[in-house]
Ligand binder design. Structure first.
Ligand SMILES: C[S@@+](CC[C@H](N)C(=O)[O-])C[C@H]1O[C@@H](n2cnc3c(N)ncnc32)[C@H](O)[C@@H]1O
Length: 393
């Protein structure tokens, strides 16, 4: 413990808590020294195998919101070179319209204070705390909790106080236990920020949103602005609670409940609380969605897939309240229609896939790129007439 990170230009002995360190030239040659000076490294680090994990805080990030990382020095040097950490990129903050409210059986939640339309962004926030998934796996629980406490305590006070109000699920006796539980109960997977391993991130307000297996919002992490975005997937009425899916909702009720129990709670969402008849119908819809996927995703001559099956898939997603995933069904419909040479129908679905995919999953996804190719040049799309020709694509 307490070895200074090797990619920072550090003092010759164990660095003092919250002291500034300049990034070394190896990793941060593009960073201005002004940017480098914004980073503080805490003196406590833990080693596991060849890697050393430390806490890095940038209190000035995003207009003083601040952010802390627990990562290796090599990771942090990659991350600080990302656009969001350069002064020329401004990170938008969208926060509302909603208020916090007590939700029966679920602790706190967020309810809208104004009617919201499909596609509206309700939250766009940068994280308070970002931790490498490897770090979580590799360090001992005690060591990780030690770093988590430092990462949270070193944040600017407003962001820190917001984080310390998040749910611990079932309470905590000490500050250390509280911080560990808050991280484990509320963090989201936000992908790879160093081009290598995955990270888990903790956000102040985003983490207040409860789960539903029929969510009215989708969320995605935009690595360009380093922000988590929450978007309405359908119109939301004044006073309705915001919800996102913590797990894949295209599963039968028993499997969803099992996964959410493993996550840490008994799900009280509308779909899981439905009566036996509604549950049987919903489970049958899920089974049909899974059968349709299997046929539609079979691009060989043996497939019986048709455009009608893809149209049915769209109806089932809507019937089941799975609008957060509807772009997937439009993608399959576009492929089936182009597969029999119906350009107009294919383009209609490709445009809807691009529209909802961009809104609900964020810009620049490969599937959106493929649908844009179809829109630009349908007859040279790889799926053009593939169902008619019966060839594997
Ligand atoms: C990320 S937090 C959500 C915000 C939390 N309700 C709070 O008070 O801060 C996750 C916790 O909220 C509760 N929760 C979320 N969705 C729920 C649901 N559908 N049914 C029951 N409890 C839920 C569970 O206690 C879960 O561990």
């Amino acid at each position: 413990m307490c070895a200074a990170p090797n990619t920072f230009a550090y003092l010759s002995h164990c660095p003092l808590e919250t002291e500034n360190y300049e990034l070394s030239n190896n990793y941060a040659s593009n960073n201005s020294s002004q940017q480098a000076e914004r980073w503080h490294v805490d003196r406590t680090c833990y080693r596991a195998g060849p890697d050393e994990y430390c806490t890095y805080t940038n209190a000035l990030f995003n207009n003083g919101e601040g952010v802390s990382f627990i990562a290796t020095a090599e990771s942090i040097s990659h991350i600080t070179n990302r656009s969001a950490f350069r002064s020329e990129v401004s990170v938008p903050k969208i926060d509302g319209p909603y208020r916090e409210a007590k939700i029966l059986g679920k602790g706190q939640g967020l309810v809208v204070t104004k009617a919201v339309r499909t596609g509206q962004t309700l939250i766009s926030r940068t994280p308070a705390l970002v931790v490498g998934a490897n770090t979580v796996k590799t360090l001992k629980r005690d060591e990780l909790d030690d770093l988590l406490v430092r990462a949270v305590d070193n944040l600017p006070s407003m962001h820190r106080d917001d984080i310390l109000e998040l749910s611990t699920h079932d309470g905590a006796r000490t500050h250390r236990e509280k911080v560990g539980k808050i991280f484990r109960t509320n963090s989201f997977s936000t992908g790879s920020h160093d081009g290598n391993s995955n990270f888990q991130s903790l956000f102040a307000t985003v983490s207040r949103i409860n789960h539903s297996c029929r969510p009215n919002c989708a969320y995605f992490f935009d690595s360009n602005t380093f922000s988590q975005n929450v978007v309405a997937v359908r119109d939301i009425q004044l006073g309705e609670e915001l919800s996102v899916a913590y797990i894949d909702p295209i599963l039968p009720r028993s499997e969803r409940l099992k996964r959410l129990k493993a996550w840490g709670f008994e799900c009280l969402c509308e779909r899981c609380s439905a009566n036996a008849t509604q549950t049987a119908e919903s489970d049958e819809n899920v089974a049909e969605i899974l059968r349709l996927w299997k046929e539609l995703d079979n691009y060989s001559a043996s497939s019986h897939a048709t455009p009608a099956m893809a149209e049915r898939l769209i109806s089932l997603y809507n019937e089941e309240g799975l609008q957060s995933r509807v772009q997937e069904a439009h993608y399959r419909a576009a492929v089936e229609w182009i597969g029999i040479g119906e350009i107009e129908k294919a383009s209609e679905h490709a445009a809807l896939c691009v529209k909802y995919g961009t809104l609900f999953k964020g810009p620049g996804r490969p599937f959106i790129e493929k649908m844009n190719q179809l829109l630009d040049n349908p007859t040279s799309h790889p799926h053009w007439m593939f169902r008619s020709k019966h060839v594997d694509v």
